[in-house]
Design a protein around this ligand. Structure first.
Ligand SMILES: *[C@@H]1O[C@H](CO)[C@@H](O)[C@H](O)[C@H]1NC(C)=O
Length: 200
């Protein structure tokens, strides 16, 4: 007698196969952006190529105005690094963030511990500048590096919502040297996408 496969069994087997292969079933992630150390939003279905959920908390000092921003959403794992990121242009312009990327439905719901900036100077000095509408900037001053910022870094990318290019040079954490192109750094109402990074 030939064993026949019930439709339910077939569906279950396909679902299992898709899960094993990481195919088909799109991921769902919490999506939100807001001021402060956490934000809450709805679970949303990610695009098929977004295989990670991400949660980011950023502390930004921009023109001497300090802000904490939280962001949750879908991401591609090729554009998502878990860990700390920090860059300093001068005492009135710096950014530090903590990020976690994960690959299960709703895995980005828990808030992250706050990013705590280490303000202690570590002795390194880096050429620094910040500019919009350009991919490079000429260093006009010297940044005093703090905490774990042990590298001189050059970054460029795009700022949303306007989609304008930006360039930054300054002190950076080692992780800033290896930031994956496409990494998002939320900051207030802006969303920076890092396209290129290099360290001296
Ligand atoms: C802050 O940074 C300084 C200089 O790099 C370092 O000596 C110190 O251990 C750091 N403190 C903390 C709490 O990480």
């Amino acid at each position: 007698m030939k064993p026949s496969m019930k439709p339910e069994t077939f569906l279950l087997a396909s679902a299992l196969l898709c899960t094993l292969l990481g195919l088909g079933y799109p991921l769902s992630c919490e999506v939100c952006v807001g001021d402060g150390p956490s934000c809450t939003g709805k679970l949303q279905t990610c695009a098929p190529d977004e295989d990670s959920c991400v949660v980011v908390v950023t502390e930004t000092n921009r023109k001497a105005s300090l802000a904490v921003t939280s962001y949750k959403g879908c991401a591609k794992s090729s554009e998502c690094d878990s860990g700390l990121f920090g860059i300093t242009v001068n005492p009135e312009n710096y950014m530090g963030s903590r990020r976690r990327c994960c690959q299960k439905d709703g895995c980005n719901q828990d808030p992250l511990p706050a990013f705590v900036r280490n303000h202690t100077e570590n002795g390194l000095r880096c050429p620094s500048c910040i500019a919009a509408f350009t991919e490079t900037c000429t260093a006009s001053e010297e940044a005093l590096c703090v905490g774990e910022e042990t590298r001189c870094v050059t970054l460029s990318g795009l700022v949303q919502p306007a989609g304008v290019k930006f360039a930054v040079r300054g002190c950076g954490m080692e992780t800033a040297c290896h930031t994956k192109p496409g990494t998002l750094v939320p900051s207030g109402a802006r969303l920076f996408t890092i396209k290129k990074t290099s360290c001296l």
